[in-house]
Design a protein around this ligand. Structure first.
Ligand SMILES: NC(=O)c1ccc[n+]([C@@H]2O[C@H](COP(=O)([O-])OP(=O)(O)OC[C@H]3O[C@@H](n4cnc5c(N)ncnc54)[C@H](OP(=O)(O)O)[C@@H]3O)[C@@H](O)[C@H]2O)c1
Length: 255
């Protein structure tokens, strides 16, 4: 019997540790029962992952939801699925490619002309640890999409958000920002060897810093802005790394 004690206690500790880890990384559940009837919400990158789940939850709560996404097939499918699940027919998709300043401008013009209000802007879309790609306008892809694209979008919609106050902007960052460093001399990684992880961290730190400054500038306008780390969830974010498809991730991360 005693020869089983050690292996069993090691197994017990490993299973217990994994359960605690899963609990820790998945974060807390939102206890709010608030509803948002009549509120117009834009969620970027809402065809999958955290953005889609956010859009679904806000649709359940009665919002007028705009999925702002780059792939028409994916966003039409996501909008249809959310409408079907929530029976909220005010869920629609619009084209937005954050790697194109032209696309961002076109999206903002349409929203400004066609929507009476924008109460909530959720800047969620991101690309993580992709190869050294550049956006249509020549910016390093992770900084370009995660930070610069959302920066332009926010500024183009700011008058609408102010006119719709009380309103809010939510910038989805990441705990990765703590490892971030912004190299103002070489934002686009043209002078250094490209480090895909550091580029992601730089983009997430840029989001946190600009959120703080925007928050200061928006005081007294009725528009609030916050940045957040969403916890760790099994999504398509690791598509360039293979990380999220490992057996360890499949067990540890929540869907
Ligand atoms: N999952 C996590 O554990 C975790 C942890 C910390 C922070 N976050 C943050 O949470 C947010 C959501 O991530 P996720 O995990 O849900 O990732 P995801 O499943 O990969 O979703 C990312 C979304 O961003 C969109 N996107 C990428 N490039 C775009 C572009 N150029 N224009 C418009 N949309 C674009 C994607 O669209 P396509 O499908 O068309 O590519 C997709 O809808 C991100 O800001 C991420 O950094 C996630």
């Amino acid at each position: 019997m005693s020869r089983y004690v050690l292996p069993l206690s090691v197994l017990g500790t490993a299973v217990g540790g994994a359960v605690l880890l899963k609990d820790f990384v998945s974060g807390g559940a939102c206890p709010s029962k608030a509803t948002i009837p009549g509120k117009t919400v834009i969620v970027t990158g809402a065809n999958t992952g955290i953005g889609k789940q956010t859009a679904l939850e806000l649709a359940k709560r009665g919002g007028n939801i705009i999925l702002a996404c780059r792939d028409m097939e994916k966003y039409e499918a996501a909008a249809k699925e959310i409408r079907g699940e929530t029976l909220n027919h005010r869920v629609n998709a619009r084209h937005l490619d954050l790697a194109s300043l032209k696309s961002i401008r076109e999206f903002a013009v349409k929203v400004t002309e066609e929507e009476e209000h924008v109460h909530i802007l959720i800047n969620n879309a991101a690309v993580m640890r992709c190869p050294h790609w550049t956006t249509e306008d020549g910016f390093e892809m992770q900084l370009g999409v995660n930070y610069l694209g959302h920066f332009l979008l926010t500024n183009l919609l700011l008058d609408k958000l102010k006119a719709s106050a009380p309103s809010r902007i939510i910038n989805v960052s990441s705990l990765a920002h703590v490892a971030g460093h912004i190299d103002f001399e070489d934002l686009n990684w043209e002078k250094r060897k490209y480090d895909t992880k550091a580029a992601y961290c730089q983009s997430k730190l840029a989001i946190v810093l600009s959120t703080k400054e925007l928050s200061r500038r928006l005081q007294g306008t009725g528009v609030t802005v916050n940045a957040l780390h969403p916890g760790v969830a099994r999504t398509e974010l690791g598509r360039h790394t293979g990380m999220h498809s490992s057996a360890f991730s499949s067990f540890t991360l929540v869907s």
